[in-house]
Structures are given as structure tokens and as C-alpha cells.
Design a protein around this ligand. Sequence first.
Ligand SMILES: Cc1ncc(COP(=O)(O)O)c(C=O)c1O
Length: 304
Amino acid sequence: MFLCMAPFLRQGDHLLASRSLFGSTHQVITQLFPRWGISYTYADLRNPAEWESLIQPTTKMIFLETPSNPGLDLIDIEFVGNLAKKHNLILAIDNCFATPYLQRPMDLGASLVAHSATKFMDGQGRVLGGAIVGQKDLVKEIRFMARHTGPAMSPFHGWILSKSLETLAVRMDRHCANALQIATRLEAHKEVAWVKYPYLASHPQYELAKKQMQQGGGLLTFELNGGYERATRFVSALKMISITANLGDTRSIVTHPATTTHSKLSVADRMAVGITDGLVRLSAGLEHIEDIWKDVAQAIEASK
Ligand SMILES: Cc1ncc(COP(=O)(O)O)c(C=O)c1O
């Protein structure tokens, strides 16, 4: 998906990207781009003041995820949008976690927006595909790349996705309501070291979340007292919630990013974006809130 957003980058160009990124996006930037002579700089999402100083004469594009995966850090899209405009840069945003129902980056200055249809857009674990929307001239080049390199959705998946979009709003409302409930209950639990969710007042960027997101999204992260060992026991003790690396499904899902989605990152890289060994990512599904909570609560007890 990310690669399709970058046909504009040439040898000698520079990419400015947020440090907190989906694991495979990080691999493309750090492993493939250098082979093609494209350099990059990672910036801290939480420190927008430094972004302008990291722009180089060869910078062509800014790429970021907000909320980030799995750190759930945010960046002010409007602020970066203005920066991109001032320096005549392409601003590309991965909007997988929020979906267009919760966050509309193009209204805030983005040039391109990516959505993975394997996540909330289909939201039912049935579709392989995605969408990149944006300025017409840029999309034209992306279409050329997609057309000739293969990442095209099958007609069947396209039809399923069109049906999925009819229920996006009602599904997102339920994902968000469940996620907020679980985050609130975890925050009050004595076995929980910390919880992060954009619409919890304790989130360091709560005000920004309220400003640019309609709701907090379907994902939350937390850590139980006891770090890595406890996280492993917790995940293994879940009965209803499945353990997979995906997110944004009808069913609730947990992931342990340090050993799965982000296991290829060095420990230093993981720590730089707050992926501790004990961090658990939960994607709240559409089940009844009490069913989800019952499973989470029993697994917290069983993992003591
Ligand atoms: C934030 C984010 N962007 C992109 C992707 C890639 O999605 P896909 O596997 O559908 O290309 C993922 C997958 O987990 C993701 O979490």
C-alpha cells in the first residue's frame, strides 16, 4: 500500500516520515528506499515543532500515520498540511485507523490518503485491497503504478467492499463506543499500568483528538502490571477475543506488537515509538460490550 503512494520519489529525493509507522511501511522506507537512492528522516509525531527543521532541499514528500500504529500518537494534520503547502511538498497520510468517517485529512491539507480495506473499511475480514485517494494529478501516477505492478482488487472484492461501505458509519460508531468503554474500565482497574486511547482525557493529545477526529477510533493499547510475562499470559488466557496481527474486524482482536507486527524493529526503534514489551493492542469488535469486558476481565485475573 505505502509503496503505491510513492511513485513520485526518485533517486536523490528525501522523504520525511513519522517514526511511528506500520511495520511493513517501516521496512520499505528503511530497507528498500536506500537501495533506490531515496533517503529518509524520521520525525517524532509528538514534537511537530521539529518537523520544519528536518525538511531538506531534496525533500519531496511527507508521510505519516495518525493515529499511529500501535502507539496511538497523533499529529496535527492541519499543522503539517500548512508546512507541506509552504514547502511545496506532497503530504500523504495513512488513515487506516481512523477511516474517512472519523477523520478527513484532505480537508486539513493532505494531498493523498491511504485506506487499507483489510481493516475497518471492509471491517469483516473478507477483503484484500485498499484505496488511495487524493489530488487528481497525483492519483493519475498512482493508477499507472498500480495498473502495471499488480496491486489491483478483484471485482468480487470490489463488490464486497462497496457493500461494506454502506455500513461503515454504524460499524464505526459501535467500534468506537466499545473501545471507549474498555479503555475507561481498564483505566480504573488496579492491575493495569497504563491505557492509551485518543478519546480518554488522559491521552497526552486528547485536545487534538477532539479537534481532528470525530470519535476516538476502535483501537486502544494498554499494559498490565508485570510487563512482557504478564502480557503473554493475558493474551493466552483470552477465550473469546482472537489473537491475530490484524485489526478492524467484527470480532475483537488482540495483538502483542513487540513479538508480531513490530518484531522486525530493533529494540531501540521499538522503544522510540513506545512499543514496550508488555504493550497489548486491542481492536474492539462489534460484540456486546459486556461480552468483550467479561473476556478481558477474566484474562486479567487468570494472568496474575
Ligand atoms: C496503519 C496501517 N497501515 C497499513 C497497513 C497495511 O494494510 P494492508 O495489509 O491491507 O496493506 C496496516 C496493517 O496492519 C496498518 O496497521
